[in-house]
Design a protein around this ligand. Structure first.
Ligand code: PEP
Ligand code: MG
Length: 878
């Protein structure tokens, strides 16, 4: 199909390159004449087990005749020989994977007459030797290294470093030597008949669709094997034909910043391949001859107004005449993607909806955190899980107490085998955290994400020495206390030393894009926040409420943890109440601050879900401590206190703490805990109201419910406490009492629970854990990678919600809950609330909102808009 004859722009039929050439021809851009052999031909070639379809070569001959008429040149002619390129071009870009042959049509005769007619015989012979080399290798199967060896010898002999230094005579003799290599290696002569050259070249390109390189590439990028490649046959233009010639790559806008200004690189007196190969350093667009530059500006405008996206195009200048050779949508950084999308909507090139659809939500990640300089070339020393994004560097500290002390004065990275609430002060003082164990929802991961600090967790490639003074990597490298490391929580990589970083680029375009997204999305976006600072940050990022305030995380502060411990250790209600009510003032002031920060917006306070093992010392630690105390002859009373603690720790210890005495089960046993918390919540709301301040919409949530009976009992406790506070205050404050759905049984009995509960919020961390029976704290580093590698799971179900299993429970619970209460508000507050793929699922399941860590709120806003746009498209097409 001649470029000017093809219609309708079908990338699958014409391939990416062919599609671009056909479109550019129809726009009237200076495309060297040519034609496309479609992917259909390639499919037939393989269907017939590698036989060229009947009539193809006859067709090609008639197209060549048309090209000859169009150009006034003759294929194989001595006077004005028509020279052609034959290039592959699949529907999806597969750079460098398939074959290309240039300068077809040159032979011993045409090269002589061209050289004598040309002002530049060097270039003519260079073109010939390139043809013999490429053709010999690609179409005839000669070994490429033999050619390189000859070239190297000739350069040495002539005393030059680049081929450009060789004389026309030398290049002519190189071409002769190359022909001898072809004959010696393949037993056949380099074909002199241009049509034979062309036919063999077309077949070679068709064959190259199934070479090993291309097959591997397709496997990796999930490109279907049966798409086939098109073959583009095009008149050659020469960028290496003298000083008024050259080749370049242009971007219609700056691919790094998004600035609406022609950007590119140009290499004078060179072919396109030389620009890509990077042997010589190209110059910027500003150095291009003004006349050509002006024409390039026109090309850029035409391309953009047609393709309505930033284009990356290749061009060649031959003796002062410009040709465009290829165009495609340009790759760009996150910053550029946002700016280009917003600017194009502003310019009226695309609709606001399209601008939102153009930016992948995950891309925003790079804009919200400090990150490694993409140009840095450092090699990682270990890899763990990418638990909390962004990069941080600092001196290694293994001990939390020490971290808290030295962290004030210098930048440190806390390295622990895993973290517990005891490590909070160390986390606060450090730039980031690296743990040897733990998964994506482990303590370190959740806390670091909440704080917006980079974290690499579950890094089993490091081994922390038992004396805690150094860690060793898989390759045996020792990193000692005080050594500087860099962690990249976006990739999970760990580096020795300090890697260069770049600051996040917040821009006004991002705000515009997110506002547009807000206008499109149906799903609410709330945030998980446990502190007033996190609540304020969440609000600044655009959260419409707090979907999860984990109250146990409020006890992490160093002055509160001992009280919590004493409360847990208490052996009777009276002692427990005494310690519990010491926490009351802390809770009260926190709730006041959080409600104030979120004024007028909903705040879901989840009552205590205390994983006991996280808040207690281990019995091993206590035994070691006791030994030390005995050796130092510490007073008996102090030893007794620790012994007492050890006895209680042993009594409380559980085989499966995540399935143990936690969540609402603890409150069913000790209702005074929820009573105290409810009083603090309601007191905060009452005080704000009395002070004339706008409080939050209070929603109290019960965790880990598995049975409607648990909910009924605890709702009674909560209501009694709340009403008591209200009665005493003589005022009213509206509040709701709802439940988390985070056990399969809660989902299965959603109808019963919905009769009692004001709202549902899916805790998909625990729901995933309990549905799969996978421990959320252990599995990720242990067997999930193997499952993914084997294709048993597409990815970790803790990263992206398992739609067929956990998702089925979610959909069922929503349906059954709403059958009982039509307007039942349903949200999700597990880590999946910030994952775009999961967000699409929750949107489809009919949830009211997703709640995620504050730093993922912008991503969730965009992902929710994408979900709404996708649903709109499906609605139109089905
Ligand atoms: C959950 O289980 O999804 C949840 C949000 O609660 P947590 O992570 O605190 O157990
Ligand atoms: Mg949970």
């Amino acid at each position: 199909m001649l470029f000017q004859e093809a219609r309708g722009g079908d990338k699958f039929l014409l391939g990416g390159k062919g599609y671009g050439l056909v479109e550019m021809t129809s726009l009237g851009l200076p495309v060297p004449p040519g034609f496309v052999i479609t992917t259909e031909v390639c499919k037939q070639y393989y269907a017939e087990k590698g036989k060229v379809p009947k009539g193809l070569f006859e067709d090609i001959r008639s197209k060549i005749a048309a090209l000859e008429r169009q150009t006034g040149k003759r294929f194989g002619g001595e006077e004005k020989p028509l020279l052609l390129s034959v290039r592959s071009g699949a529907p999806f870009s597969m750079p460098g994977m398939m074959d290309t042959i240039l300068n077809l049509g040159l032979n011993d005769r045409t090269v002589k007459s061209l050289a004598s007619a040309s002002k530049n015989p060097r270039f003519v012979y260079d073109s010939y030797r390139r043809l013999v080399q490429m053709f010999g290798k690609v179409a005839m199967g000669a070994d490429g290294s033999a050619f390189e060896k000859i070239l190297e010898e000739r350069r040495k002999k002539a005393g030059v470093t680049a081929d450009i230094g060789l004389s026309p005579e030398e290049l002519q003799s190189v071409a002769e030597a190359f022909k001898r290599v072809v004959k010696a290696q393949t037993g056949r002569d380099f074909p002199q008949d241009p049509f034979v050259q062309l036919e063999m070249a077309v077949e070679a390109v068709l064959r190259s669709w199934n070479n090993n390189r291309a097959k591997e590439y397709r496997k990796f990028y999930h490109i279907a094997d049966d798409l086939g490649t098109a073959v583009n046959i095009q008149t050659m233009v020469f960028g290496n034909s003298g000083e008024k010639s050259g080749s370049g790559v242009g971007f219609t806008r700056n691919p790094s910043t998004g600035e609406n200004k022609l950007f590119g690189e140009y290499l004078p007196n060179a072919q396109g391949e030389d620009v890509v190969a990077g042997v010589r350093t190209p110059v910027g667009m500003d150095k291009v001859e003004p006349g050509i530059r002006k024409q390039l500006e026109v090309v850029a405008t035409k391309l953009e107004s047609h393709f309505k996206d930033m284009q990356d195009f290749e061009f060649t200048v031959e003796d002062g005449t410009l040709y465009t050779l290829q165009t495609r949508n340009g790759k760009r950084t996150a910053q550029a993607a946002v700016k280009i999308a917003v600017d194009m909507a502003d310019e009226g090139l695309i609709s606001p909806e399209e601008s939102v659809a153009r930016v992948e939500p995950e891309m925003l990640e790079a804009l919200l955190h400090r990150r490694l300089d993409p140009a840095a070339t450092d090699k990682p020393i270990a890899k763990g899980l990418d638990a909390s994004p962004g990069a941080a560097a600092g001196e290694v500290v293994f001990d939390t107490e020490e971290a808290a002390k030295v962290g004030a004065g210098k930048r440190i990275i806390l390295v622990r085998s895993e973290t517990t609430p005891e490590d909070i002060k160390g986390l606060i003082a450090s730039q980031g955290v690296l743990t040897q164990r733990g998964g994506m929802t482990s303590h370190a991961a959740v806390v670091a994400r909440g704080m917006g600090k980079p974290a690499v967790v579950g890094c089993s490639e490091i081994e922390i020495a038992s004396d805690g003074d150094y860690f060793t990597t898989k390759s045996g490298q020792k990193i000692r206390k005080g050594d500087t490391i860099t962690i990249d929580g976006t990739t999970g990589n760990v580096y020795s030393g300090e890697v260069r970083m770049v600051d996040p680029e917040a821009s006004k375009e991002l705000s515009v894009l997110l506002k547009t997204a807000d206008g499109i999305r149906k799903l609410g976006v709330w945030a998980n926040a446990d502190t007033p600072e996190a609540a304020t940050r969440a609000r600044d990022f655009g959260a419409e409420g707090i979907g999860l305030c984990r109250t146990e995380r409020m006890f992490n502060a160093p002055n509160r943890l001992p009280i919590v411990r004493e409360m847990i250790m208490s052996r009777d209600e009276e002692t427990r109440r005494k310690h519990l009510y010491k926490l009351f003032p802390f809770q009260l002031s926190d709730f006041r601050a959080i409600f104030t920060a979120m004024s007028g917006k909903p705040v879901v306070v989840r009552l205590l879900d205390l994983p006991l093992h996280e808040f207690l010392p281990t019995s091993e630690d206590l035994i070691i401590e006791l030994q030390g105390m005995r050796e130092k002859h510490v007073p008996a009373s102090e030893i007794e206190a620790i012994e007492e603690m050890l006895a209680r720790v042993r009594q409380l210890s559980e085989h499966n703490p995540m399935l143990g005495h936690r969540g609402c089960r603890l409150a069913v046993t000790y209702p005074e805990i929820y009573e105290m918390q409810t009083k603090a919540i309601m007191q905060a709301a009452v005080e704000l109201k009395k002070e004339g301040k706008k409080g939050a919409l209070v929603k109290i949530m019960i965790p880990l419910v598995a049975d409607a009976g648990e909910f009924r009992f605890l709702r009674g406790v909560i209501t009694a406490a709340a009403e008591g506070v209200l009665k005493e205050s003589g005022t009213t404050v509206a509040y709701q009492v709802g439940t988390m759905i985070e056990t399969p049984r809660a989902a299965l009995t959603a109808a019963e629970i919905a009769k009692l509960s004001d709202f549902f919020s899916f805790g998909t961390n625990d729901l995933t854990q309990t549905t799969f029976g996978f421990s959320r704290d252990d599995v990720e580093a242990k067997f999930i990678p193997r499952y993914i590698q084997m294709g048993i799971l597409p990815q970790s179900p803790f990263d992206s919600v398992d739609t067929s299993g956990v998702g089925k429970l979610v959909k069922m619970a929503v349906r059954e809950g709403r059958e009982v209460k039509q307007e039942l508000e349903v949200g999700i507050c597990g880590e999946h609330g910030g994952d775009p793929k999961s967000i699409a699922f929750f949107s489809e399941a009919g949830l009211n909102y997703v709640s995620c860590s504050a730093f993922r709120v912008p991503i969730a806003r965009l992902a929710a808009a994408h979900a709404a746009l996708a649903r709109k498209t499906t609605a139109v097409t089905t």
